[in-house]
Design a protein around this ligand. Structure first.
Ligand SMILES: Cc1cc2nc3c(=O)[nH]c(=O)nc-3n(C[C@H](O)[C@H](O)[C@H](O)COP(=O)(O)O)c2cc1C
Length: 198
């Protein structure tokens, strides 16, 4: 089993980093292969160049795809499961991760170019795993949990993933109260990955 974690947080002193460590430990205990794209540590470039814009906007598929983007494509093609782990910032993922979608989801790979199917495989399981300051019930009352789910699962994951879900680890402003519940949700996620019919 090959798991890719696309991780987006700038600080190792963060709660999100603690979740990353916990998640990696639990996945490695199953003897699965775990590959992490640590976007800040890699200094992943999140803004498009003019040439990249031209390629995407006008489907100029003969223009080259950047090396760092091709490396991400290879990770996707190797993955059975991709987990996007990030903090909620202004009701979405950090700009660094948004830029990953902008640049990595190239035309011809993640979406169709006329008359041809996209090259990206259908990944068995996709998970958007995010930490959030607001508790989950507040995010639901505000409609933000639903909007984040629509954008991540319906649009960014779309039909590119066979199974998909969003897990919001909310209430991180009072982590002591919710830490156990978050730990349990990570364990449950690992069990779910194990239970999928591979
Ligand atoms: C720039 C910024 C924007 C944030 N926006 C939101 C938000 O829109 N909704 C929310 O629930 N929490 C928000 N938070 C809180 C983070 O989601 C929370 O700090 C994070 O999930 C867990 O903390 P960590 O940074 O220690 O990993 C924001 C935090 C920062 C730094």
């Amino acid at each position: 089993m090959n798991i890719v974690i696309v991780y987006s947080h700038p600080s190792q002193n963060s709660y999100t980093y603690q979740i990353l460590e916990q998640l990696k430990k639990a996945l490695l205990q199953k003897a699965w292969s775990v590959e992490v794209s640590d976007l800040y540590a890699m200094n992943f470039k999140s803004d498009m160049t003019e040439q990249e814009y031209d390629r995407e906007a006008f489907a100029k598929v003969d223009l080259p795809v950047a090396h760092d983007v091709l490396e991400e494509h290879k990770k996707i093609q190797r993955a059975d499961c991709i987990i996007f782990l990030y903090p909620v910032w202004w009701s979405d993922c950090p700009a660094k991760l948004k830029g990953w979608f902008d640049r990595v989801y190239t035309v011809g790979f993640a979406y169709k170019q006329s008359g041809r199917l996209p090259g990206m495989k259908i990944v068995k399981y996709g998970v958007a795993l995010c930490t959030a300051g607001y508790p989950n019930d507040v995010l639901k009352e505000m409609g933000i949990a639903q909007s984040m789910e629509t954008v991540m699962l319906d649009d960014r994951f779309g039909k590119r993933f066979e199974h998909k879900e969003m897990i919001i680890l909310g209430g991180t402003l009072n982590p002591a109260e919710l830490k156990q519940s978050h730990t349990d949700q990570i364990s449950e996620l690992v069990r779910k990955i194990e239970r999928l019919n591979w």
